[in-house]
Design a protein around this ligand. Structure first.
Ligand SMILES: [Ca+2]
Length: 101
């Protein structure tokens, strides 16, 4: 019973975070489609390595929610052992950013 409630709470929390994340993204200015730092080789939050942080990356992170030892564990660098709101936050900071390669 407790596990079922925890699972339900986790799912609801994940959905709320996803909605929040998407809402924040819609308000972000797409001022630059390029990386902020010219020599930055890695775009944090680009979990599928297509040089853009977008909904595909959010889906990967959501599927890894609360997982340990996941490639989606990107914050704090080099990861803290769990995929959680810190990783969502880091991804949000690069939302819709695209690297020219
Ligand atoms: Ca990507």
């Amino acid at each position: 019973m407790q596990t079922s409630e925890n699972t339900k709470t986790t799912i609801v929390s994940t959905i709320l975070l996803l909605i929040f994340f998407l809402a924040m993204g819609s308000f972000l200015d797409t001022q630059s489609s390029h990386a902020m730092f010219e020599n930055e080789p890695i775009l944090e939050g680009d979990l599928n390595n297509d040089n853009t942080v977008d909904i595909k990356d959010v889906m990967i992170l959501s599927e890894s929610w609360l997982d340990e030892n996941s490639a989606a564990d990107i914050c704090p660098t080099p990861g803290d052992g769990i995929v959680n709101y810190l990783d969502f936050s880091k991804m949000q900071s690069n939302w819709l950013v695209t690297l020219d390669v």
